[in-house]
Design a protein around this ligand. Structure first.
Ligand code: PEP
Ligand code: MG
Length: 528
């Protein structure tokens, strides 16, 4: 269990401020170099996370703040620690993606202070034996560079399903259960435990039979990861295309290599998160063409800019709102700035004309038929063939029959659909237990959408994190979902699980989950 570094003392500065400033500057550069080296070694998603951390370590604003604090009489460690804390508070205040990155800053601060102290940075303890790692939370730099030969599974006390730890663990196919309240007190070094990431449970002191079953399950999982890449299908041959979620053209080669049959969600706002002005049609055409080119003849579902709440785009909605998740976001923000939406749809039509991919375009946060009609007619006016809606607001599920009269397809965003169904902020650790797409209330809404899709003869996919949970993927198919899109690294496990059930079995599991009275009960009813 990794221990955090003790915080610095309040002792006043006893040395020369300029010399101490120089010492902090050197420590920052060394930490940045170490993080960059870890980034290069890690590759993939982890590389981006660690490169961002290396940049944070070198942020000139932090060094300026450290100088001011040294000038005010703080010692070097304290000045550094507090400068990072102030920066972290500022990011937390900004909310959304910025707030999630705030916890990464704590790790950078610990590394710099360790460097100033001349002690090793806190990290994963070395072990000769394979082990299950239990921690309060893990720094991205540690998660990204874990020795996967030794680390069997990960349990953290803090962190929600969208924390970097969870995302990186998923991208490494490392079984992980995050946000286990009291984990550190409940477990001791050397204790035997089973981590069942599928069921989301940690079993302490299991009996021999459970250990044997868990070992067999692990073997099956490892075999699935190396199984040949085939098209997504159930045991009876029912096809279920398995697609990838991407944020830019950089993600495309990895997705293709892992067997993605297309893209089920291209989050275009990821390209422009830092931008202060709207991207031009030319810039966008290039970015979209780059992604579409990687999937000739394949389906690529592009989501138009999803601004607001957890994805701030200052050029679309920078008004301060008390409740941004319920505010001017998604299609509402685009409608309020229609020229930005027109430019994006124009760029998408140009990218479609320039490539061989089968382009589908959808809008986020659509609530009803009127909004669907608005978006579909604008998309068609600007030359797009297949235009649809994301199902993230519960009202669209209730009105699914009406919406599918006008939309060419629907894709369910289970992250937001769960947040709004359960009234549980997806960014908030204290309500993360409510943020569970296994909840029968969420599953019943998915069924309404699946039924409406099958009556209308139109596709209904899932592109939220729920699709990456193999057990839940089976249930979603049983509820009428026709394709699944997820982080490419999750595809192998989902493919293997789908192959173990027929459509009738998937429907039976779905029926049991729908009848359950809680998320945990639904998971259990569908998994046994
Ligand atoms: C979702 O809400 O499930 C979704 C896929 O969109 P995002 O996670 O980008 O909000
Ligand atoms: Mg969403």
């Amino acid at each position: 269990m990794p221990e955090p570094l003790a915080p610095p003392s309040d002792e006043p500065l006893a040395a020369d401020a300029d010399g101490e400033h120089q010492r902090v500057q050197t420590a920052l550069a060394e930490v940045a170099a170490d993080l960059s080296a870890r980034a290069a070694a890690a590759g993939g998603d982890a590389q981006q996370v660690l490169e961002a951390a290396a940049l944070m370590a070198q942020d000139p604003a932090i060094l300026d703040d450290v100088r001011a604090r040294l000038g005010g009489g703080a010692n070097a460690e304290k000045a550094t620690w507090d400068a990072y804390a102030a920066f972290r508070d500022m990011l937390t205040e900004m909310g959304g993606y910025m707030a999630e990155r705030a916890t990464d800053l704590d790790d950078v601060a610990q590394r710099v202070v360790a460097q100033l102290r001349g002690v090793p940075a806190p990290g994963v303890p070395a072990s000769d034996e394979p082990f299950i790692l239990v921690a309060r939370d893990l720094a991205p730099a540690d998660t990204a560079t874990l020795d996967l030969e030794k680390t069997l599974a990960l349990v953290t006390q803090d962190g929600g399903p969208t924390s970097h730890t969870a995302i990186l663990a998923r991208s490494k196919s490392l079984p992980a259960v995050v946000g286990v309240v009291g984990a550190l007190d409940a477990m001791a070094d050397g204790q035997l435990v089973i981590v069942d990431a599928k069921a989301g449970t940690v079993v302490l002191d299991p009996d021999d039979a459970s250990v044997t079953a868990a070992r067999a399950e692990r073997e099956t999982r490892l075999a699935a990861a190396t199984a040949p890449i085939t098209e997504g299908a159930l045991a009876d041959g029912t096809t279920v295309p398995l697609m990838a979620n991407v944020g830019s053209a950089k993600d495309a080669p990895g997705a293709v290599a892992l067997g993605a049959e297309g893209v089920g969600l291209f989050r275009t706002e990821f390209l422009f998160l830092g931008a202060t002005s709207a991207p031009t049609v030319e810039e966008q055409t290039k970015a979209y063409t780059d992604v579409l080119q990687a999937f000739p003849g394949k389906k690529v579902v592009v989501r138009v800019l999803d601004a607001g709440a957890d994805k701030p785009l200052s050029f679309l909605n920078d008004a301060h709102e008390e409740n941004p998740a319920l505010g001017l976001r998604g299609i509402r923000a685009l409608r309020a700035s229609e020229q930005i939406l027109r430019d994006q749809l124009t760029a998408l039509a140009a990218a479609q004309a320039a490539t061989e991919a089968e382009l589908y375009v959808m809008a986020p946060m659509i609530a009803d038929r009127e909004e669907t009609e608005y978006f579909v007619s604008l998309g068609k006016e600007l030359g797009l063939e297949r235009v649809g809606a994301m199902a993230e607001v519960p009202s669209i599920a209730v009105l699914a029959d009406q919406v599918l009269e006008v939309a060419d397809f629907v894709s369910i965003g289970t992250n937001d659909l769960t947040q709004y169904t359960m009234a549980a902020d997806r960014q908030l650790g204290s309500v993360s237990a409510m943020q569970d797409p296994w909840h029968p209330a969420v599953l019943r809404l998915v069924k309404m959408l699946g039924d409406a899709g099958s009556s209308a003869g139109k596709p209904v996919g899932v592109c939220g994190e729920a699709a990456a949970d193999p057990g839940l993927a089976v249930v979603l198919v049983g509820l009428g979902v026709t394709s699944l899109s997820m982080s490419a690294s999750a595809i192998a496990d989902v493919r293997a699980e789908l192959l173990t059930v027929t459509l009738d079995e998937a429907k039976a599991r779905a029926a049991r989950a729908l009848a359950a009275t809680s998320a945990a009960a639904a998971r259990q009813a569908a998994t046994v």
